[in-house]
Design a protein around this ligand. Structure first.
Ligand code: RB5
Length: 143
């Protein structure tokens, strides 16, 4: 499995910890995020993640900003991307089971680091249920 990850300055600490977790799980990681604390513009670091998922260069993506909103709004402009803003483990599981989310968006300023790591594990280990949900996600794109 290959994961593409990106973040702005609000997500650097969590991104570095998540990269460590993924590597400990022997998962290949492509890091498009800033590794610093200087203020940056989140779209510059999120579009590359969404492009990786859109073009199947990565299986899944993880994006992190302060609220998770700017990151998910940016990613969801890409065709075939279903970025889910998640703030607890139940929302993550449902985002995979019902929405087949292919990018997890984390709000670093509103969840703890241990919550974030737990949510990443759930994101990677939960499968899409298909069935009626397949029909619904097929109706998401505008074209
Ligand atoms: C950065 O201050 C903050 O605006 C950004 O991380 C994010 O929350 C935007 O949606």
């Amino acid at each position: 499995m290959k994961i593409s990850i990106g973040n702005d300055h609000a997500g650097t600490e969590y991104k570095l910890a998540i990269v460590g977790l993924l590597k400990s799980m022997n998962i290949e990681v492509v890091n498009h995020g800033t590794d610093g604390s200087d203020s940056v513009d989140y779209p510059d670091f999120i579009h590359p993640v969404a492009s990786d998922v859109e073009t199947n260069r990565a299986d899944l993506g993880i994006i992190i900003c302060g609220t998770g909103n700017g990151a998910s709004m940016t990613a969801n402009k890409h065709q075939g991307v279903r970025a889910a803003l998640c703030w607890n483990r139940e929302i993550v599981a449902l985002a995979r089971e019902h929405n087949n989310a292919n990018i997890l968006s984390l709000p670093a300023r509103f969840i703890s680091l241990s919550q974030a790591l737990d949510m990443v594990k759930i994101f990677l280990s939960t499968n899409f249920e298909g069935g009626r949900h397949e029909r619904r996600i097929e109706k998401i794109p505008c074209s």
